[in-house]
Ligand binder design. Sequence first.
Ligand code: C2E
Ligand code: MG
Ligand code: MG
Length: 781
Amino acid sequence: MAQGVETVADRDRTRLLRLLRVIDDPVDAPEPRLHRFLAGLAEVFTAEITALVHTDALGWEVITAWGFPETEERRLPPLPGADDFLTGRGPGVWECAGDRPMPVAGIEVRAAACARLDPEAPAGPALVVLRSRPGPFEASEVETLRTVAARWRSAVREEERRDAMERLAHVGPRFARHRTLDPLLDAALAELTALTGAEAACALTVRDGVAEVRREHGPSLHGPWPRALDRLMAAPAARQGRAWVCPDLFDVARDVRGREPAWVRSLACLPVLQDGAPVILLYAGHSHPGWFSRPGIEAASVLAGWLGPALANVGLHQHLSQTEGRLRELTDELGRQATHDPLTGLANRELARQALERGLASNAAGMVGLLFCDLDKFKAINDRLGHEAGDELLREVATRLAGCLRTGDVLARLGGDEFIIVLPVVADLVALTQIGRRVLQTLDEPFVLRGESVRVGASIGGVMSEREPGRDRAVDLLRDADAAMYAAKNRGRGRVEVFDRFTAQRAVDRLRLREDLLTALDAGEMELHYQPIVDLDDERVTGFEALLRWNHASLGRISPADFIPMAEETGAITAIGDWVLAEACRRLAQWHAEFGAVLSMAVNVSAVQLLDPGFAQRCIRTIRATGLSNRHVWLEVTENIEVTSQLIDQLRMLRDVGVRVAMDDFGMSYSNLGYLKHLPVERLKIDQSFVAGLGAATADGIDRGIVRAILAIAESAGMSVVAEGVETEEQRQVLRDLGCHRGQGFLFARPMPAEDADALLAEATNLLTEAAEAAVGRLAG
Ligand code: C2E
Ligand code: MG
Ligand code: MG
C-alpha cells in the first residue's frame, strides 16, 4: 500500500518534472508548447480541462485551453466564491469544490483551481484547472499550481524578452534607412504591436505643446485630436522620457481619461525625445486589462529609443533635400543667367549662336536664316526719358519681336538695342525679307513710355546660308548679319537689307574663275574634244563637232556650259573663240591630209562673237590659213541669239564664201521661228531633249511630233538636219524612220581628245572620199 502511495507520488513528481521541462523548453514554438504545457498540467492534476485564461471582474475568458472544445463559449461559467479573486482583492490563487457538479463544456466539474501568472496584478492571465473527480484540490496541489504559473510566467517573459531583443537588434538599422517621416512611423507602429502584442497603436506628433495623431496601426485608439500635451495622462511621464502604462482604463475616472474608445482597456505610451522634449508619442492599446507586460514595455522603450536617432536622420534628409533643391535652383538660375539676358529674359548671344549651330547642322529642308535688328532711335530716347524708360522700351520691343516668331525661331538680345532672330528654316531670300519687314512693321507702331508716345524704328540686316555644320560658320553668319544691318542703316534706316551668303560665296568663286579664264588660254588649259557626227544609216563618220574643255589648274575640268557664259561676260570669248576655230580647222586639215577623206568640222560660235564686226573676216582668214575649203566648216549658232542686221550681214558674208551655218539646239526657243527666214542657215540640229524623248513611251507622241515638224521645216527650207544626243539604238531607229539621217551622240561616240579621234579615223573603213563627195554633191557634209 505504502509502495502504492509512493508510486503515485513518484509518478506525479515525474509528470511535474516533465511539465517543467516543457515550460523551460526554449526551442519549441510557443503555441504547441502551450498546448503541451496545458496537456501536462491536466495529467499532473488528473484534470479534464486546463486553460490559460484572462481574468477580470467579469470572469474568466479562455485564451487557450486543453479539453475545451473550440466551438464552446470562450467564457467560463461563473464559479462559486471567485468574486474576491476576480476583482483582485484576494490572493493570486483560488480553488473551489462542491458536491454539486458544475457543467463546463460537457464535463461535470466538481473542483476548480486558478492561479494568476502575476499574483500582484489585480487582473490578467491565469491558469485554470477543472476536474470532475470529487473532493477539493489539496493544499500541495494549489501550491504546485501557483509555482507552475509563476514558472510559466517567467518562462514566457524570458521568451518575450528574447524575441524582443532579437527584433530590436534589426530595428535600428532598418529605421536608419528611412528618409521620410510617415513610413518610419508606420514601421515603428508595426514593431510596437509585435513587441507588445497590442491590438492597436498610433503615433502622435507633439509640436508647440500640442499633440496630434499622425499615423495609426489597427483600430483607432483615440478620439478627436489635436489635444494639448498637458491634458494627456501620459504627459508627466512623457516629459521625463519614461514609459507610461495604464493597466485598466476602467479604473480611471472618465473625465481624466479623455476620449479613448470603450474597447480599450490597457493603454501604454512611449515617448520619443529630441533635445530633452517629447516630439513623438507612441501609444499601444489592448482590449484586455493588464495586457502589457514589463518586458514588452521595456522592449517598446528600447524601440522608442531607436526612433530618436532615426527621426533625426529623417530631419537631416529633409534638410539635405531642401538644400539640394535650393542648390539645384541656384545652379539653374546661374545657367539661365549665363545664357539669358537679365533685362528681357531673352536668349543671349551664346544661346543664339548655339541655336544657329544646331540649325546649320540639321538636315531639314531649306536654308538657315538670321535677322539682325538694331533700333534706330534708342539712344535718344534713353537720354531723354532716362534709363528706366529705356529698359521698359527694350522689354516692350522684346515682347513685340517675340510676336513675330514662328515655331522653332529663336529671339535673342545681344546687348544694348541689338536683337537677333535665328530662323532655323527659311525658304529663300524673299521669305527672309518678308519676315524682316514684318519685324519692322511691329516696331513701327508707337510705344507708350511714361505716358508719352514715342517711335523708335529699326534697321534690319538679314543673312541666309546653306546648311553646313561648324562653329565658325555660325560666327561668320553673325558677323555678316551685323554687316548687313549696317548696310541697312547706311542706306537710310528703317529698312531690311538681306544678303545671301551662299550666293555671295558663289559670286566670289565666279569672280576668281573669271579672272582665271582670262589667262586660261595662255596657260594652255584649254583643249578641244571632238565628237563624231555620223550617218545614221551606216554609222559612217561624216564630220566632227569641236567641243571646248577647260582643264583648270586647281579645280579640274570645268564644263563649257559653266564657263562659256562667263567668257561671254568678260569678253574672253573673242580670243577663246578665235583659238577654237583655228585649232579645229588645223585639226581638220591634218585629218584631211592624213586620211584623204572628206570630213566637216562644226564649231560652236557664241552670240557675243557674232557681235564683233570683224568676226566674219577673221573667220575667213583663219580657215584660209589652214588651207581648208570653207565649205567643210560649219558654224553652230544657237537659236536664242538676237537677230540684228549686223548679225545677218556677218553670216551672209560667211555664207557667200562657202562657210556654212547650223542652227544649234533647235526647237528650244519656239518663239523665234520667224528669223529662220532671214538667216542663211543650212542645217538644223535637233535639240537633244527631243531626241531623249523619242524612245520613252510616255513622251513619245509629243517628241516624235516635234522632230517630225523640224524635219518638215528643214525640208521645205532646203536644210539638212542633225539629231543631237542620240543615246539608244531605239532613238536612232525612230529618227531614221522619220527621215533624219545625221546624228551625234553617246550611242556612236562621246566627245574625245584629238588623239582618240585620230585612232577612230584610222580604223574607219567607210569614210567619204573627195571623189565620192563630188558625186553625191554639196549636201553630203
Ligand atoms: P552643244 O553645242 O549643243 O553640244 C552638244 C553637247 O551635248 C556637248 O556638251 C556634248 O558633250 C553633249 N552630248 C553629245 N552627245 C550626247 C549624248 O548622247 N547625250 C548627252 N546627254 N549629251 C551629249 P558639252 O561638251 O558639255 O557642251 C555644252 C555646250 O557648250 C555646247 O552645246 C555648246 O553650246 C557649248 N560649247 C562647247 N564648246 C564650245 C565652244 O568652243 N564655243 C562656244 N561658244 N560654245 C561651246
Ligand atoms: Mg553645238
Ligand atoms: Mg546642241
